[in-house]
Design a protein around this ligand. Structure first.
Ligand code: AKG
Ligand code: FE2
Length: 259
């Protein structure tokens, strides 16, 4: 299998030119809409994998829609409002494998980010490593694994549709030197041409978006911002390495030199 837009096996980070790559391997596949299923990129072993995965995808799609129904009602909208705004719901499953890392302080399994889509359901094993921040990265809270439970994350799309009422979770995954870790993230996203704009703006509120845009455009802007940040970090790191390599001229007080 190969990586890329249609799914497959990918080692490490997806952003080109990053100074520090993610310490993870992923298998990803697109499960909804069903016409997007490219079975040639789905693992063919073990044999039951495809049937189990299809059932899992369907069950998670149902659960995600149920949760979006509850959130729509919490916004004072009809139950189907959020799923309707997604037009044709898209689902992508990502199996994250984080190998043991001999020097976990030097890297991250998955760098800090928000998920771009509407709602993510994450199943994690008992190792733990998912962290979230509410104060822009000053402190991190570990999301303790609960066996058989899903972590529910709202993504950027969910954030915009609710006009910021539902926060997009700012999160990362750390690695450790004792055990490898596995998590399965199931992302529910809107169709690429779905409109991104708050469904309801309450009195006295300002829209979090200046104008309606498509989800494809929202994603493009997010990626170009991420690539820009990655490039700046890489430049800063290269400069630091260059500075460290340049021999330093010893500075002495003038009296010492003249004495
Ligand atoms: O592995 C985790 O705990 C986080 C995974 C995640 O955030 C993602 O795949 O977007
Ligand atoms: Fe994530």
């Amino acid at each position: 299998m190969s990586g890329g837009k249609k799914g497959g096996f990918i080692v490490s980070s997806h952003l080109q030119g990053e100074a520090v790559q993610d310490w993870r391997e992923i298998v990803t596949f697109f499960s909804y809409p069903t016409r997007n299923r490219d079975y040639s990129r789905w693992p063919d072993k073990p044999e039951a994998w495809r049937a189990v995965t299809e059932e899992y995808s369907q069950k998670l799609m149902e659960l995600a829609c149920k949760l979006l129904g509850v959130l729509s009602e919490a916004m004072g909208l009809e139950t189907e409002a959020l799923t309707k705004a997604c037009v044709d719901m898209d689902q992508k499953v990502v199996v994250n494998f984080y190998p043991k890392c001999p020097q976990p302080d030097l890297t991250l399994g998955l760098k800090r980010h928000t998920d771009p889509g509407t709602i993510t359901l994450l199943l994690q094993d008992t190792v733990g490593g998912l962290q979230a921040t509410r104060d822009n990265g000053k402190t991190w809270i570990t999301v303790q694994p609960v066996e058989g439970a899903f972590v529910v994350n709202l993504g950027d799309h969910g954030h915009y549709l609710s006009n910021g009422r539902f926060k997009n979770a700012d999160h990362q995954a750390v690695v450790n030197s004792n055990s490898s870790r596995l998590s399965i993230a199931t992302f529910q996203n809107p169709a690429p041409d779905a409109t991104v704009y708050p469904l309801k703006i309450r009195e006295g509120e300002k829209s979090v978006l200046d104008e309606p845009i498509t989800f494809a455009e929202m994603y493009r802007r997010k990626m170009s911002k991420d690539i820009d940040i990655a490039m700046k970090k890489k430049l800063a790191k290269d400069q630091l390495l260059k500075d460290l390599e340049t021999p330093k001229l010893e500075t002495k007080p003038i009296e010492e030199i003249l004495s």
